[in-house]
Design a protein around this ligand. Sequence first.
Ligand code: ADP
Length: 846
Amino acid sequence: MTPLSRHTRVLIAIAVSSLAVILGAYALVPRGTGARALVADLSVVWTAGYAVVCAALAARRHPDAYQRTAWGWLGAGAALFLVGQLVWTYYDVVRRVEPPYPSLADVGYLGLYACFLVAFVELVRTQPRRAQDPELVLDTVLVTLTAGVLAYEFLLKRLFEAAGAVLPLLTSVAWSVAGIAVLWLMLVELLHYTRVPVATAGLVIPGLGLLCLTNVAYAAVSLRGGVRSGGALALGWDAGFVLLALAAVLAPTRGGFEGARVRAISGDTARLIAVVVGLAGIAAIAIAQALSPAPDAAAALLVAGGVAVIGVRFIHGLRADRRYTGLLENEVASQTRSLMDSLAATAAAERSLRLVMDAVPDAILVVDREGRVLDANAPADRMVAGGAGLVTGRSMFEFFDPAAAPLVGERMAAAFRGEVQRFEAPVVRADGGRGISAVLYAPVRERSTITRLLVLARDVTDQKRTEAQLQQAEKLGAMGQLVSGVAHEINNPAAIISGFAQTLLLDELKPEHRETLQMVYDEATRIGRITANLLAFARAGGRQRTLVDLNDIVRRTFALRSYHLSTLNITVSLQLDPGDPKIWADASELQQLVLNLLINAEQALVTVEPPRTITVRTHATEDETVFELGDSGPGIPPEIRGRIFDPFFTTKPEGVGTGLGLSICYGIAQQHGGRIWVESEPGHGARFLVAIPRDPRHDGRAARAPLPPAGVATGQLTVLVVDDEAALRNALLRFLERHGIHGRGAAEGSEALALLAREDFDVIISDVRMPGMSGREFLERLRHERPELAARLVFSTGDTFAADTAALLQEAGVPTLTKPFDFAALERVIREVAARVEGARPRASA
Ligand code: ADP
């Protein structure tokens, strides 16, 4: 409650002290004297006047418009009464006679009621009204009947019985009936509202009630002729006006009535009062009737009516209670049922939502503005907490790599501004491992504000690695094609040079010439080795598993980089398992793995001063083959050792490192059922180890039937050489001639077939790749047209690694010579094939 202002306190003090002074004057001045009459008249004038002043103040100060109107009417009522009282006082004190009936005093006194009636209606009109129900009607009837019966019994009846002056009587009756009417109206109004705040009507009711009761009592007494000027009844008016004045002072200080905790007179209190008034009124009349020497039929009828209304009201009340109880029970039951139903429905919906959320393979999180996890599905839990159910309540930032925190925070802020965000960020898994997640932030809106974010995260580590690996493989593939083209072009001239060198070496030469020629031959052979390496590298694999010689792959890969390594001043030490361990693997992938590790070692070594060494070791155990590549570089600091296999982790400047090399190696090792790890001491280099299980399977393809053991034909032999390179043909024929082997050359397949139709040849040497008829077509034509000659065929090729050539050599079971030729080996093969053919079918002309 707000403390009262000084102004209010002063007004209250005046009201209270006025009443005290009046009571004191009443006590001091003896009854029945003129002085007492004066005291009584003046006190009423003072209190009524004071009430007018206070009501006028309230009519100005009250915050509520309806209340201001009501206080205007109350003030007007008090003012009218004051006028009446002044007139009365004039007659009573100055003229010392009773005023005539009706006088101006009566106009004032009666005017009071009209104002009070309007005022009370204004006071309560803004309050909530009760619905019309039978009980309200009965209560209204009861109150009205009681008021009517009381007015009739104690006031109107006198009028009918009275003899003498009617006008004073009529005035008194009107005065008192109007008083009853105000009381009746207050009660009926209260009955019609569910609650009336004390601050509005509640403060006014005591004053108005007391004034009306005093009037009714005064009228009743005066009708019996017992009124004396200055009697105690006048104190009722004094007290009534003082109470009204107090109400007027207090009402504006109780401004707000809207709060639920405002003290109020409830409709129930009004009903109780109505029933009590009804019972008391009817009982009073019944008693009066009983005591009366001449019972009155009309009064008896009214009493009976009153009793009947009370009876009906009680019966209705009881039935209404029962009905109400029944209704209440039904209502409670149905409310309980619907509550249970909706609880069950809510639980089912929640369960189904949870099942759906858990069925999504991606992690789903709901986070608040601080990034705290409010909810998470099972995959999220598995991803970041290993399924321990400890995600909720933690900060989302804990699940990302600390380096990604700024990005994650920035995207989160943007999402809270309402933008859907998609990005990739490194995450830390439950086991401490790292990965890459594709993340989506979607704002969750409640009305117009974004209170939470939905986070979807998918682990794309493997996908990224595979993509990168494919990209690298594609790049290598394209490079391979280029390399193989170049190698092929170089191979033929190298074979020719080598061929002529070998032929010339058969001659008598000066030692220095021989030495030079030998060097020419050696270098041509080296070119052959290099191109063979290049071709092997370019052609490796074909994305299928075969039995692969790990040492071979290591040798070739290092051979490819050997020039580069030497320019960087890097010494390489190859310590390969002498058993040449074979593994069931994808050769191109193994090559990729070795190359990536080698490039990393090179890049690490250039950051240190020489000596720079790379040590490669292969060794096989029962179960696995281990490949080791160590360097004498700077080594890998322990704090990043756990992350170097993560995709996109790099410490190298942009353009140098992609962060994918080791990630690809990791993927390749995994795909082969193996593992990769690193051992490193900072400052003492790094050593990468790859262990790949040995597969007990052997190459499942049908092995060629071994050629029958052959002797060596020694006599005069004739050979047909089919090759589109004229120089190579010539070199070959010259060499063979020097060794007593007669040869003829053909530039292509059809020419060869025509020659074969005319002449006999012991051995046919054919290139695989020729313009026009290919080696394969030539073999087929031979098998078809001259099947007896097919066994005399020897293929020559510079590129055994080309997929089609490899397949042809595999299927045909034809001996193969690799360009550039080692002519000694060539002669041996020719003589072997000739011997085998001879052995199978002895020739007449041998
Ligand atoms: P990139 O070479 O493109 O950076 P990688 O995945 O191949 O990507 O390597 C990741 C990181 O591992 C490198 O940035 C480097 O810090 C470290 N690393 C790899 N190999 C070596 C090595 N032999 N010596 C020192 N650090 C190495």
